[in-house]
Design a protein around this ligand. Structure first.
Ligand SMILES: [Zn+2]
Length: 140
């Protein structure tokens, strides 16, 4: 069997040409942040499942798989950070390395690392009222 014959047995995927409408700078920044969050979420999920299921897939392979899945999803879908577990108008908060973080779900701005969740939420409250409450200065 020649390499070309082997290749013909593989499933064929159409190459998708991604044409995005002209976007304002804020839209581009938002899309880049959404993409970064998608890539991070895919990688983290693969790492968790790899550990939980004891697959012992090498970390480099996990990274390659995460990049491939992220790239495939982004070629055909519009992905926007919109965590269903966060109440509307509230930030997503999480603790990492003993510091609290908050992310605005409207523009994806992140709070500086805080010593408490209350401090992270306070950052969000100030951020939201200064950036999103005034229509004249509405960010992304
Ligand atoms: Zn915001």
């Amino acid at each position: 069997m020649t390499p070309d014959e082997k290749r013909s047995d593989l499933p064929r995927y159409e190459r998708v040409s991604v044409r995005r409408p002209m976007a304002a700078r804020g839209d581009t920044d938002r899309a880049a942040k959404d993409s970064e969050l998608l890539a991070s979420a895919v990688l983290e999920e693969l790492q968790v499942i790899n550990g939980f299921m004891e697959f012992d897939i090498p970390e480099a392979a996990i990274g390659t798989l995460a990049s491939a899945v992220t790239s495939r999803v982004e070629s055909a879908f519009e992905v926007r950070w919109s965590p269903s577990w966060v109440a509307r108008g509230r930030p997503h908060t999480w603790k990492e390395f003993d510091k609290w973080h908050a992310r605005c779900n409207d523009c994806l701005a992140e709070a500086p690392a805080s010593s408490s969740e209350d401090d992270a939420v306070s950052w969000f409250d100030a951020h939201y009222s200064s950036v999103h409450s005034n229509p004249e200065s509405h960010g992304a």
